[in-house]
Design a protein around this ligand. Structure first.
Ligand code: FES
Length: 372
């Protein structure tokens, strides 16, 4: 069967390359609980093509995200964390869900049930998807195109495995540093793929394997309007809704007079989420734990830790007084009535992490010591 499939070419002397004999597994089969134990080569080829296609998509995705990102969506420079960043953002997460549903539908429709026993009624990998009609053009060489797809897919799988290995085990892939293909390192030096990025960005961190995995650079703010998925009309006066946008915990609400506002959801005293029972009185928000109050329009601190008596003020003495963070909000659309949007620093999470690693590495004497 393998002999009749595309795949063998000049690299292997035009004979199929199967040193471990996977293609012969089916012939050594036995029935276990009415299921054949080993798959037919049809099924294996379908799996190979599917993995190859996904790896090609992943390869392109990793390359593209290393140089740019879609404005308004969460910015994550490290491709390993990109999915987590998308899931942390409401709108981007909806995109992830849509992709997952689309994948499930395609998988469900084209799953090669009979392929396990060699009974597929189509060629492995042939989903009949040819919207531009390439296969119907005169002179189209189907076999040559199948071979190209297979080879590119195999290369992409190797490339993806190399990216993964380089990111998780720094130094395991010659010429591919752990920081390669991250957008922050691409900006620091276009020579990322040559293994010189850290030498340009952080000369003193070069010797540190730990430092090689994280950036300790100063990250500048990158402001963008991001949709919350909330409608102004859906919020009543004094009502509050918590959202997390690009790593920022934000509380959207309306004053008693119905004016929209956005403030940090975490109380500057000890980080209690205001969404857990804060009151809005006029244009003032009152923390549910120790009663600190702030003006929602300016973030100005009005009262610091007033309740419960004695204990509240005592806890207030331990922490430096601070104003509440505020965010600019607006309604999308020319005449309002659309989603509420918030102006956020899409680099906030990255800046926080860079600061964290800078402090940690400086404390160990592994960075330039400028943190302290
Ligand atoms: S946590 Fe908000 S006042 Fe203490």
């Amino acid at each position: 069967m393998l002999e009749t499939m595309v795949g063998a070419d000049v690299e292997t002397g035009s004979v199929p390359w199967d040193p471990l004999g996977f293609s012969k597994l089916f012939d050594r089969n036995f029935d276990f609980n009415e299921v054949m134990t080993y798959p037919h080569v049809q099924y294996l080829r379908e799996a190979e093509l599917k993995h190859g296609r996904l790896a090609m998509l992943a390869f392109v995705g990793i390359l593209v995200q290393s140089v740019t990102h879609i404005p308004g969506y969460p910015s994550e420079t490290n491709w390993l964390n990109a999915l987590g960043a998308a899931q942390a953002d409401k709108n981007a997460n909806l995109g992830v869900v849509q992709i997952a549903i689309f994948t499930m539908i395609v998988e469900g429709k084209f799953y090669p049930h009979d392929g396990w026993c060699g009974g597929m009624d189509r060629e492995p990998g042939d989903l009949g998807f040819d919207p531009l009609g390439f296969t119907k053009k005169p002179g189209f060489d189907m076999k040559a195109m199948q071979l190209k797809e297979l080879k590119n897919g195999r290369l992409a799988m190797i490339a993806f495995a190399a990216f993964l290995a380089a990111a998780n085990a720094p130094g395991s892939v010659p010429g591919l540093p752990a920081s390669a293909l991250r957008r922050d390192s691409a900006v620091a030096s276009s020579s990322a793929l040559c293994g010189k990025t850290l030498a340009v960005a952080q000369p003193q961190a070069q010797a540190s394997k730990t430092a090689a995995r994280y950036t300790t650079q100063v990250i500048l703010p990158s402001l963008a309007w991001i949709r919350t998925g909330l409608k102004a009309a859906g919020l009543k006066p004094c009502e509050l809704k918590a959202v997390t946008l690009a790593g920022n915990d934000i509380l959207i609400g309306k004053t008693e007079a119905g004016k929209l506002f956005g403030v940090g959801n975490l109380c500057p005293h000890i980080g209690t989420p205001m969404s857990e029972g804060a009151d809005v009185i006029g244009d003032v928000i009152v923390c549910p734990l120790h009663g600190s109050s702030f003006k929602v329009t300016t973030g100005e601190l009005l009262d610091w830790c007033v309740s419960p008596p004695i204990i509240g003020p005592l806890t207030g003495l331990l922490i430096e007084k601070k104003n509440l963070l505020i965010f600019e909000v607006r309604e999308a659309g020319f005449f309002g009535g659309g989603d509420i949007e918030v102006l956020v620093d899409t680099n906030a999470k990255k800046a926080y992490e860079a600061d964290y690693w800078k402090g940690l590495l400086d404390a160990q004497g592994k960075d330039d010591g400028s943190f302290y």
